[in-house]
Write a protein that binds this ligand. Structure first.
Ligand SMILES: CC(=O)SCCNC(=O)CCNC(=O)[C@H](O)C(C)(C)COP(=O)(O)OP(=O)(O)OC[C@H]1O[C@@H](n2cnc3c(N)ncnc32)[C@H](O)[C@@H]1OP(=O)(O)O
Ligand SMILES: O=C([O-])CC(=O)C(=O)O
Length: 382
């Protein structure tokens, strides 16, 4: 038998780093200008001039809504906010020791099981499901936040916008306009970011012609990890661990020496700073100024000191999770709710990508270069 010559080592891109897997019309990071556009609009302009609902409409339908379209979009979203009794009961039975991302993942999976049209993947059916998820996810997140505080859920208020209603459902009151605006800016900035890990996960699941709920459930699992969305919670844990601004440099030295990843820093695509950070940082700074509280000043000084030390020492810049984590804490939200809030926003990007994937589907199935043992005979186990 002639031996086969070993094949040439294939070109391997671990983590798909630098690999372009498909086209997209939804958003792009423009490396040269370090900017991000949604359907062609710079995200900083959208954050300055639009509501989250307008941006959701843009990402899903390709255009900003006119007044009539926005009115209809808002009315439909508001009507879909309540949870049915079965869902509320199911979620209330989950252990309080589980992470709130587990609650969201379970909720979306259950919404799929309950939906008789789960397998209808026509664009119209998927638009209806996407809107229902957008509307219901804040209700799940707020009820779970209150459950962990030993409080009963508060029903959604259809007279309130998306961001205001979330504060109402968490705290029974609407936060001040500056807080709501900062929150809304974070939702706009988190809504979409091209082929990030969780969106790619949603596209992989969709590419098998599985249903939208399965794709979103899987995306929630991918977002939970601290190298992705989980970093906004990890940022706040890290700031609490450091404690005092005077410790920032020494803490960083030690963390880098022990090869720790510094949460909220670095990015696969942005190597000179995340385009969204300046907008989020400015909004967070406004919350700090408004608080005029020594405790808040201590945290903000520590946040700035660590950012400065990390850029000086490693040349690595913060990503969006760095200012967003601090902002959510300053809004009075509990740390385990931070990544679920990311889901409330990114649901828009995920479902826009699911629709796009389905419109030009190709099964996503890469290759792996085998490095295991050569072919061998199964020994006699008897
Ligand atoms: C919204 C979002 O999901 S944004 C991302 C949120 N995630 C985080 O904040 C977690 C912390 N950051 C990280 O772990 C990384 O920067 C990632 C996962 C985001 C990007 O990772 P990659 O693109 O794979 O870059 P990679 O990990 O190879 O980093 C390149 C170099 O920078 C270093 N580096 C990158 N980020 C960090 C960090 N946060 N802390 C310490 N070192 C870092 C790496 O150790 C590596 O150094 P080396 O070349 O000496 O080995
Ligand atoms: O793009 C990424 O890799 C991560 C990110 O910033 C996001 O999903 O918003």
């Amino acid at each position: 038998m002639t031996a086969t010559a070993p094949s040439a080592t294939p070109d391997i891109h671990r983590g798909l780093n630098g690999v372009v897997v498909d086209t997209t019309e939804i958003s792009t990071v423009i490396q040269e200008t370090n900017s991000l556009t949604y359907r062609g609009y710079p995200v900083q302009d959208l954050a300055a001039r639009c509501s989250f609902e307008e941006v959701a409409h843009l990402l899903w339908y390709g255009e900003l809504p006119d007044a009539a379209q926005l009115g209809e979009f808002r009315a439909r979203e508001r009507a879909l906010r309540p949870l049915d009794r079965t869902t509320a009961d199911l979620l209330a039975r989950l252990p309080e020791t589980c992470h709130p991302m587990d609650v969201l993942r379970t909720a979306v999976s259950f919404f799929g099981a309950e939906d008789p049209a789960e397998d209808d993947d026509t664009p119209a059916a998927n638009r209806t499901k996407s809107l229902a998820l957008l509307a219901k996810l804040p209700t799940v997140v707020a009820a779970d936040l209150r459950r962990r505080r030993g409080l009963a859920p508060i029903q959604p208020d259809t007279s309130l916008g998306y961001a205001e209603n979330f504060f109402h459902m968490c705290f029974g009151r609407i936060a001040e306009p500056e807080v709501v605006r900062c929150f809304e800016i974070s939702l706009i900035l988190y809504a979409e970011h091209s082929f990030n890990a969780s969106t790619f996960t949603a596209r992989v699941v969709t590419s098998t012609l599985s249903d939208l709920y399965s794709a979103v459930t899987a995306a929630i699992g991918a977002l939970k990890g601290p190298l992705h969305g989980g970093a906004n919670e990890a940022v706040m844990h890290m700031l609490n661990e450091i404690g005092d601004p005077s410790r920032a440099e020494a803490w960083l030295d030690e963390a880098l020496t022990s090869q720790r990843k510094i949460m909220g820093f670095g990015h696969r695509v942005y190597k000179h700073g995340d385009s969204r950070v300046p907008i989020m940082q400015e909004a967070t700074d406004r919350l700090v100024a408004r608080a005029a509280d020594p405790e808040v000043t201590r945290l903000a000084t520590l946040h700035a000191a660590l950012r400065h030390a990390m850029i000086t020492r490693k040349g690595i810049h913060p990503n969006l999770d760095y200012p967003a984590g601090l902002a959510y804490h300053l809004m009075g939200l509990d740390i385990p709710a931070f990544t679920p809030i990311f889901v409330m926003s990114r649901i828009v990007g995920w479902t826009a990508h699911i629709t796009e994937q389905l419109a030009h589907n190709a099964l996503i199935r890469p290759l792996g270069a085998y490095t295991g043992p050569g072919q061998r005979s199964v020994p006699n186990l008897g």
